[in-house]
Design a protein around this ligand. Sequence first.
Ligand SMILES: Nc1ncnc2c1ncn2[C@@H]1O[C@H](COP(=O)(O)OP(=O)(O)O)[C@@H](O)[C@H]1O
Ligand SMILES: O=C(O)C1=C[C@@H](OP(=O)(O)O)[C@@H](O)[C@H](O)C1
Ligand SMILES: [Mg+2]
Length: 172
Amino acid sequence: MVSTNRNIVLIGFMGVGKTTIGHELATLLQRPFIDLDQAIEKEFGKTILEIFSKDGEEAFRKKERKLFGHIMNKENYIVSLGGGAFLQKDIQRQSLEKGEVIFLDISFSAWVERLPLLKKDRPLLQNKSHQEIKELYHSRREVYTNAHHTIHTDRLGPLQIAKEIKKAIQST
Ligand SMILES: Nc1ncnc2c1ncn2[C@@H]1O[C@H](COP(=O)(O)OP(=O)(O)O)[C@@H](O)[C@H]1O
Ligand SMILES: O=C(O)C1=C[C@@H](OP(=O)(O)O)[C@@H](O)[C@H](O)C1
Ligand SMILES: [Mg+2]
């Protein structure tokens, strides 16, 4: 039994599995699920790629802050963020104050195996060299370690990871 009413907020690098595992965790804990990127796409009526190319990243980030604020006025949700959301100071502060923040960690070598699946719909992975992506991974990883809990995901499937999250929350 997970007793907290706080929203459970999943953070981590692009492609680590926040959206996939968020769904799995919501089913496991029987809680409602919100993917912040999907909520943003719905508001704009466009895909993330279209928002970045037509409206620009700043418009995306502004909507990200606004919708996240609305979500954190509710309780009991499983919330998957986009990989850059937690880098925004407002989002980081609200999620740490009001939520239970879970960092889904993955080694860079395991992540690189997944890269071919990700490139086509992640605007920030396009037109970047391997070295630039590696630097982005490491600089963001440092920020993600501010989370309340860290789950190492290498070699685990989504259901196993969801069960690890449940255990981590129960132990607090
Ligand atoms: N634990 C996992 N093991 C293997 N592949 C995974 C795992 N979690 C997610 N994936 C795959 O990785 C890709 C990115 O997953 P996604 O949930 O969109 O990540 P994020 O929301 O963090 O960007 C998808 O193709 C998904 O099927
Ligand atoms: O890391 C980022 O800045 C982004 C990550 C994406 O979400 P995922 O982490 O779910 O891929 C999406 O929000 C957008 O492409 C920007
Ligand atoms: Mg996602």
